[in-house]
Design a protein around this ligand. Structure first.
Ligand code: NAI
Length: 216
């Protein structure tokens, strides 16, 4: 069985969006929704939604649609939001500060328990309500608190060595912002590389196509 349990990456990438939309419906006290109406809100097709959810056994009932809170809960379980994976962040620079302060980790199944930086000037400073530790303390911290997820906001050149070290300390999931294209070298490790610039370039591509069409 693959790491994704045979579920395609494209379906997995859509799940957080389902979870977010369903959460918004819950806030509006909407208890039940047809796949057509959910599709309309999400700008997908009803058959796409049925196909996606069927990958996990399907949740709707013919003639009833979906029970919003049940579907939200079940997708949350699939995404692991109930797990509260102990998480550390490395690199308390510009990006690390923004991520620590603005990402709601706990709503996404991660519990941010430690922030580390190699710069001694930052040791003891407060970020996201916690003291920044020096990286010298990583090993003992990992032994004691057993984090399994690491957010990497560190320079590209240090990423591979950092990942090897963290993996030895028991970390198996890497949310990697470092611009180093990390591939999981271990059977028991998972990686999500994030490049915000790629998203911008997708936009510029679309702009390019649009402007070419307009010039025809
Ligand atoms: P920065 O220079 O402000 O912060 C980097 C921090 O990492 C510094 O505080 C430094 O002391 C610390 N550091 C260096 N080596 C370390 C190590 N081995 N362990 C722990 N901490 C260490 O840089 P910034 O702007 O925060 O960017 C950080 C990284 O994120 C860079 O590689 C940058 O290219 C990348 N980046 C990625 C983006 C993305 O979309 N994926 C967007 C912006 C930046």
């Amino acid at each position: 069985m693959s790491k994704n349990h045979g579920i395609s990456e494209a379906v997995i990438k859509r799940l957080p969006r389902y979870y977010r939309f369903l959460g918004e419906l819950l806030k509006q006290n909407i208890e039940r929704i047809s796949s057509r109406s959910l599709a309309g809100k999400m700008k997908l097709t009803a058959s796409q939604i049925r196909q996606d959810l069927n990958c996990f056994g399907g949740f709707g009932q013919q003639g009833y649609g979906y029970n919003v809170s049940e579907l939200h809960r079940e997708i949350g379980k699939i995404l692991g939001v109930d797990k509260m994976f102990p998480t550390i962040l490395l690199g308390a620079g510009n990006l690390g500060k923004a991520i620590a302060a603005s990402i709601n980790f706990s709503a996404r199944g991660c519990n941010l328990i430690g922030i580390f930086d190699i710069d001694r000037e930052l040791t003891g400073k407060v970020l996201a309500g916690m003291n920044i530790y020096h990286t010298d303390e990583l090993e003992s911290f990992c032994k004691q608190y057993k984090p399994t997820v690491a957010v990497l906001c560190t320079p590209k050149a240090t990423t591979q060595a950092t990942v090897e070290q963290l993996h030895n300390f028991g970390v198996t999931a890497f949310w990697n912002f470092s611009h180093y294209d990390l591939t999981p070298d271990y059977d028991n490790a998972v990686v999500e590389n994030v490049h915000l610039g790629d998203s911008l370039q997708t936009l510029t591509y679309k702009m390019n196509v649009l402007s070419e069409k307009e010039n025809i």
